[in-house]
Design a binder for this molecule. Structure first.
Ligand code: SAH
Ligand code: SF4
Ligand code: F3S
Length: 442
């Protein structure tokens, strides 16, 4: 039996895809190993979102040369977004790569692996599809805690934000049959899972047409939430332009739909948002924040932001800081703009904010957000939350950690509690990143 080792970088969708890849290969008689030293194939599922994501993969490929020298039968393949972006050119640039397979071509992996080994050839399969959703593939849960799992509900993106490679690496947007999604969630729950996260680049445009109507994202969420009140439901990511009151209503209605919304803002400046092709302005965004707070006063809100996009002025950067002060995010993923080949920005705009200036702006955002997160967390002290326990704290075996509905991590003394349980925990202290709690009498 040939052994395959899978290494995953990038977003949650890539992690979900690796589980599909594992399933497709297992079905064809491959063994998925967690020991890279015994692998016949190393598959690297890659991200292309920023230049540094790609540099990391190239560095990893250099490291793997030593392993290839010891094991001359070892074949390395690149999957995911970098594979799609660079296609067979990647095998020219990186000599130790034997095959390149894009996100919509994973069904061909078993035959590609066999061909590469038996015929000693290189192979590239990077055709994108308008229909592939891997709906019938039952993912093999890799590195899972047996408590929470991802479910991919749609693929692709066609929003074409000016800075973004995803529409080019993932292809057209397409939704997956809701029956298969609900069945997958139900099956996970039956196997002891307590939390599912529904994944898509823009989940609000989830849409499945049937003969007698259509299923939208709000209805899909409701159907998954109905499986059991003990199954938590999360989702990522919503695009602010499409965040509907209908979804907020459904979220508010079900206690087991987690009260946490990731709503990437990208910038606080209307001119920059327009240049980014985001299809909303700061007033619209703040209206959506107000709507979230109206429906769910206890909902946490998180975001993504880009510092130093093309032509961004100091004043526009200040508008981003203002946006952060107004919304008071619970968490933010903060990035320096990275110019990506073939995007609208690369074709039509100038990457004219100097690197040092981007760094300074990013650091300012990070410092502000750190302060806000700490202040938000301090307000949690004294509150009691239901926590889904995920595992041992990294620092001490005597402590466990879990999350509340708002997706905040809470650490507490373990007592008799086991991972996978729901427990009530009172917040007694905090840092900017973590809440510290005490177990309540259950
Ligand atoms: N589909 C999601 C985001 C996917 S990418 C959405 O639209 O919200 C995750 C984040 O990476 C983006 O929200 C953006 O903040 C960041 N990002 C994307 N392209 C980037 C680039 N070229 N440079 C810097 N950050 C980028
Ligand atoms: Fe990229 Fe925009 Fe699509 Fe998100 S919505 S994946 S940022 S193009
Ligand atoms: Fe990266 Fe592709 Fe996800 S570019 S962020 S792995 S969709």
């Amino acid at each position: 039996m040939k052994k395959v080792y899978i290494e995953t970088y990038g977003c949650q969708m890539n992690f979900a895809d690796s589980e599909i890849v594992a399933s497709l290969l297992k079905k064809e008689g491959y063994d998925v190993t967690t020991e890279i030293g015994e692998a016949d194939y190393v598959l690297i599922n890659t991200c292309a979102i920023r230049d540094n994501a790609e540099q990391r993969i190239r560095k990893r490929l250099r490291e793997l040369r030593a392993l290839q020298q010891r094991n001359t039968g070892l074949r390395i393949g690149i999957l995911g977004c970098m594979a799609e972006r660079l296609q067979s050119q990647l095998m020219v640039e990186e000599e130790n790569v034997s095959f390149v397979v894009g996100p919509d071509a994973y069904r061909q992996l078993p035959s590609i692996l066999a061909r590469v080994r038996e015929q000693g050839v290189k192979a590239a399969e990077t055709e994108l599809s308008t229909t592939e959703t891997y709906a019938d593939i039952e993912p093999v849960r890799l590195g899972s805690n047996g408590i929470s799992a991802y479910i991919s509900i749609m693929r692709g993106c066609q929003n074409y934000c000016a800075y973004c490679v995803v529409p080019y690496t993932r292809g057209r947007e397409r939704s997956r049959d809701p029956e298969t999604i609900v069945a997958e969630a139900r099956d996970l729950y039956a196997h002891g899972y307590k939390e599912v996260t529904l994944l898509g680049q823009n989940v609000n445009s989830y849409r499945w047409r049937t003969d007698d109507g259509e299923v939208g994202f709000a209805e899909l969420m409701a159907r998954v939430a109905e499986i059991s009140p003990r199954l938590r439901v999360r989702f990522a990511t919503s695009h602010p332009k499409d965040l509907s009151d209908g979804l907020l209503e459904v979220m508010a209605k079900y206690d087991n739909i987690c009260k946490c919304i990731h709503l990437p803002v990208q910038s606080g400046s209307d001119r920059i948002l327009k240049l980014m092709n985001r299809h909303y302005d700061s007033a619209w965004y703040l209206d959506r924040i107000a709507a979230i707070r109206r429906y769910m006063p206890d909902c946490s809100i998180t975001t993504d932001v880009i510092a130093g996009f093309c032509t961004e002025t100091e004043e526009e950067h200040q508008m981003t800081l203002d946006m952060f002060r107004k919304v008071r995010y619970d968490y933010a993923y903060m990035f320096k703009f990275s110019m990506r080949p073939n995007t609208y920005a690369e074709k039509h705009l100038q990457d004219d904010v100097p690197e040092a200036e981007k760094t300074r702006r990013l650091e300012e955002i990070i410092a502000l957000q750190g302060q806000i997160a700490l202040e938000n967390n301090r307000k949690e002290i004294g509150r009691v939350y239901e926590v889904l326990v995920e595992g041992e704290s990294h620092r001490s075996k005597e402590r466990l950690f879990g999350r509340n509905s708002q997706n905040k991590v809470i650490v507490f003394d373990r007592h008799e509690v086991q991972p996978g349980q729901y427990v009530k925990v009172k917040v007694v202290d905090c840092t900017a990143a973590t809440l510290l709690g005490e177990l309540c009498a259950q």
